[in-house]
Design a protein around this ligand. Structure first.
Ligand code: NAD
Ligand code: DAU
Length: 342
């Protein structure tokens, strides 16, 4: 299988590429990524010389460059590229609309015209909005996005839906809950708390810390996407989650115990505006129709995650220092430069 992955230099995309090429060594991947602050080629350093992996720097909203890339024949597109951090979307949402809405449209449009036979659009459970206690979102639940990030992802989902309804273009959408694991950028809750705790800094907990998220280990998400690519039905929508929402403060206490640090590091701070109280997903459809179920529970997943960050302090220091970005500006700035090497 020849696959085009967008956003493969980010957290989930890089984990997916590694997982996919390991599970399907006869396949090849072209990783298309703009290399924003969240894109880091070091996440895939071990693949740099692999014959079945290539990289191109490209913005998914750049129709001309996307056209040039997609016209090369692919068996599938897996679309991760997005602006992803809720707090950044609250500070300013323009990039979110540009990449998540226009970028998704640009990818879908090129893929349809070039008849790429499978398009997997990676979505989020945030589009359902906040769940009441005991409530779990199903694929037919209403979408009620509450942050500019969630709204832009909902827009992308609706475009994907329209491509199936209007053109019968075989797009599949997944909506996953909060991921955690190796290579996650330290602006999201779990890696930020690990980084701060290791350095003995305070851990900022928004509001009362009782907001709940349905944490899933990134490898479980990657395995689900692989299964959906193989067995998912065109035009279909699949929720992906662990199925057991946990309060933020509980996650933070677990991390402090794993890192042998005191709860005194916890600091309650001003709440995030529009902060969703609870995300919870019903995942019966993917379990029944695709034959996937999560395998890594939260204690095992957090243990593996903490071990990874402890063993990769160099990665964390380089990410926080931002040196990798200066390198990209030097080596990948000119448009077409990397395309010519394809
Ligand atoms: P991330 O922020 O770690 O990585 C995003 C990647 O997309 C980066 O490599 C970045 O350079 C790239 N990118 C951004 N704008 C681009 C553009 N205009 N053109 C090309 N590339 C661009 O994100 P992540 O956490 O790995 O999330 C990946 C996808 O999964 C996103 O679509 C996100 O909405 C979705 N998702 C994430 C989670 C989660 O918990 N992290 C949960 C459910 C769904
Ligand atoms: O649900 C899936 C979504 O999960 C993805 O689509 C998003 O891309 C991803 O960023 C994530 O969104 P959240 O807003 O849930 O994740 P975040 O890690 O930013 O926050 C998780 C919870 O922790 C949330 O309730 C806010 C809280 N939090 C977060 C940070 C960064 C804190 O209490 N303190 C913090 O410093």
């Amino acid at each position: 299988m020849k696959v085009l992955v967008t956003g493969g230099a980010g957290f989930i995309g890089s984990n997916f590429i590694r997982y996919f090429l390991k599970s399907h060594p006869d396949s090849s991947i072209l990783n298309l990524d703009k290399l924003t602050y969240a894109g880091n080629l070091e996440n895939l350093a071990e693949l740099q010389t692999a014959l079945n992996y290539r990289f191109v720097r490209c913005d998914v909203a750049d129709a001309a460059q996307v056209e040039q890339i997609v016209q090369e024949r692919f068996d599938a597109i897996v679309h991760f590229a997005a602006e992803t951090h809720v707090d950044r979307s609250i500070a300013g949402g323009r990039e979110f609309v540009q990449t998540n809405v226009l970028g998704t449209f640009t990818m879908l449009d090129a893929a349809r015209r070039h008849r790429v036979p499978r398009f997997l659009h990676v979505g989020t459970d945030e589009v359902y909005g906040s769940m009441k206690p005991g409530e779990f979102a199903r694929e037919d639940s209403a979408i009620e996005p509450n942050s500019p990030y969630a709204a832009s992802k909902a827009g992308a989902d609706l475009l994907a839906r329209s491509f199936w309804q209007t053109y019968q273009y075989p797009v599949i959408t997944t909506r996953c809950s909060n991921n955690y694991g190796p290579y996650q950028f330290p602006e999201k809750l779990i890696p930020l708390m690990i980084a701060n705790a290791i350095e003995g800094k305070k851990l900022p907990v928004y509001g009362d810390g009782l907001n709940e998220r349905d944490w899933i280990f990134v490898e479980d998400h990657c395995r689900a996407l692989d299964r959906v690519l193989e067995a998912g039905l065109p035009g279909e929508l699949y929720n992906i989650g662990y199925g057991q929402p946990v309060a933020n403060i509980e996650i933070i206490r677990k991390l402090l115990r794993l890192l042998d640090r005191s709860d005194d590091l916890i600091e309650y701070v001003k709440d995030r505006p529009g902060h969703d109280r609870r995300y919870a997903l019903g995942t019966e459809r993917i379990q029944r129709e695709v034959g996937w179920a999560p395998a890594v529970d939260i204690d095992e997943g957090l243990k593996r995650t903490v071990e990874w960050y402890r063993g990769n302090s160099g990665w964390m220091a380089r990410v926080c220092g931002g040196e990798y970005q200066a390198y990209y500006e030097k080596h990948y700035t000119r448009r077409g430069e990397t395309l010519a090497a394809l």
